[in-house]
Design a protein. Structure first.
Lengths: 257, 143
């Protein structure tokens, strides 16, 4: 078989002894090519003679009894239930489920992301940490504060949306934040809710504020915020609790700003 | 594999017993290859504890067209002893190959060998067995 290519010779050396069908195309090719050589005929005769001698090996009657039912050696087929409950399969399944959940959460986050979301989340933390004493006492309707912001702080378009304009305030403050810029924070009497007004992020090329339509929700550490963009200013209503605590305010038909 | 019928019988029974034990614990062997893998490891264990044959550089010669006539003159026990004296993994490869129950992929799986290793083991086994045949049954070889 010296004329055979090395790969085919390697296969032909393990060729089936009986005229059994070769297990794959590579072996069939190797056997077919090898049959054209004299060496292979000698090899097959040799192998058949040895296999015949092996078959002639006496088997004790005790062992023959064990093989009364040959199906014994076939092994047991696992049911799909048992396969599914195998620790390795179970571990892989759990890992895939976790990956799928994380991927879905990331996808969902991306779907609900909006310009200024990072700043809004940071301000939710501010809402959680602000003490009542830090506010300047101010008892009025939230909708009237735009004049104060403009006259005292030169903050243009810091308007509270109509959905929250009728709410009574108990305090207000304006502070500078490294990321958010000048932030107006209003404390309401109802549900100890807080309102934030801060500049929308601006496009670095055009300089125009990045805006979006409608209300967007964010949640962080037990607080929920509803954010809206209007004339280059973001408004956020923040409440300690779930989304459903804010939803009734946003559902009310607002008068236009 | 062991070259001794009594040892082989013990290993066979231990293997079947192990399979029954696993089945009783709800984890029966997954396929028939399990029996051969298990029996092989048990054989290797028994062989390792026994007297070790000396593995020198065996003579080898090309397979002769007259080898079948030489082989016909052998007893199965002589072949078994020759195979049991071969070094691993050649011994296991020859034992499985001449059982004529497995294709090369199955043998690679059971023995954990690459194709080139399996092929080398079988091909060199043939040549060495032929050399041994020529020495053992010279009359037939020289005819």
């Amino acid at each position: 078989m010296k004329r055979l290519a090395r790969g085919l010779r390697t296969l032909a050396d393990c060729a089936p002894i009986a005229n059994a069908k070769a297990p794959d195309r590579r072996m069939r090719t190797a056997v077919s090519r090898a049959k054209r050589t004299e060496d292979f005929a000698a090899q097959q005769s040799f192998d058949r003679a040895v296999a015949k001698l092996v078959q002639a090996t006496p088997v004790s009657s005790e062992i023959q009894e064990w093989f009364a039912n040959e199906r014994m050696a076939e092994g047991a087929k696992r049911s799909w239930k048992k396969t599914a409950l195998h620790p390795a399969i179970l571990a892989i399944g759990i890992a895939l489920a976790v990956i799928a959940v994380v991927a879905w959460i990331k996808f969902d986050e991306q779907m609900h992301a909006f310009p200024g979301m990072a700043t809004a989340k940071k301000l939710l933390n501010v809402a959680a940490m602000t003490r009542p004493s830090e506010f300047e006492p101010m008892q009025t309707e939230a909708g009237t504060l735009n004049d104060l912001f403009f006259m005292k702080y030169r903050l243009e378009h810091y308007d509270v949306p109509p959905e929250f304009a009728q709410q009574r305030t108990i305090g207000v403050r304006v502070f500078d934040d490294d990321e958010a810029g000048q932030v107006a924070q209003i404390s309401l009497a109802e549900k100890r809710m807080q309102l934030f007004l801060f500049p929308a992020r601006r496009d670095s090329k055009s300089g125009k504020p990045d805006e979006f339509e409608g209300w967007r929700y964010i949640e962080q550490e037990g607080w929920t915020g509803a954010v809206q963009a209007h004339k280059g200013v973001l408004f956020m209503a923040a409440v300690r609790g779930p989304k459903k605590d804010l939803a009734p305010y946003l559902a009310t038909k607002p008068q236009s700003r | 594999m062991t070259g001794e019928a009594s040892k082989a019988q013990d290993i066979f029974q231990d293997t079947v017993r192990e399979a029954a034990f696993l089945a009783a614990n709800g984890e029966p062997p997954a396929d028939r290859y399990w029996f051969f893998r298990e029996a092989r490891w048990r054989c290797l264990d028994v062989i390792a504890r026994g007297v070790q044959p000396e593995h020198g550089a065996n003579e080898s010669t090309e397979v002769s067209p007259r080898a079948p006539e030489q082989i016909e003159q052998l007893e199965p026990e002589q072949l078994a002893i020759w195979i049991s004296a071969a070094p691993e993994p050649q011994r296991s490869a020859l034992a499985l190959y001449y059982l004529d129950e497995f294709n090369y992929r199955e043998m690679m799986s059971v023995l954990g060998l690459k194709l080139t290793e399996l092929s080398r083991a079988i091909a060199s086994g043939r040549r060495e067995f032929q050399a041994w045949l020529n020495a053992t049954v010279p009359a037939a070889a020289s005819e």
